[in-house]
Unconditional design. Structure first.
Length: 126
């Protein structure tokens, strides 16, 4: 059985709910969008990518990750900081230097590190 998990950011209280807010199992009767619509409007949902960083931390949409210092291939620079987002059919790493870029695919790599998220740590993307 596969589960699709979401955590949530509360826009009013400015707090991250790290426990999955919505968990959908295969064969669920409702569409994901319907479940989210029925939830509170003051929440922003971020989907779990099913990947973990080098410290075993689950990687979600909206997370900010750091590329390892010894990495320099496929358009990713060593030590670069990127935002995880969903687009173009999968989870990607958005470049903070080139806003027009689609970014790199988020791959199952055990050497990237989650260093924050776009709601609690926006300064990491500057």
């Amino acid at each position: 059985m596969r589960e699709i998990k979401f955590r949530s950011w509360n826009k009013d209280s400015k707090e991250m709910n790290e426990e999955p807010s919505v968990v959908i199992s295969d064969g669920a009767d409702m569409e994901i969008n319907e479940i989210i619509k029925q939830s509170q409007e003051d929440l922003i949902y971020m989907q779990y990518t099913v990947l973990k960083d080098k410290n075993g931390v689950e990687i979600y949409e909206g997370d900010i990750v750091k590329i390892p210092n010894d990495y320099d291939i496929s358009g990713m620079l060593a030590g670069e900081v990127k935002e995880v987002y969903f687009g173009y059919g999968g989870f990607r790493l958005k470049s903070i230097y080139n806003k027009n870029s689609k970014g790199n695919w988020l791959e199952n790599r055990e050497d990237i590190e989650v260093i924050g998220n776009i709601y609690e740590n926006p300064e990491l993307l500057r």
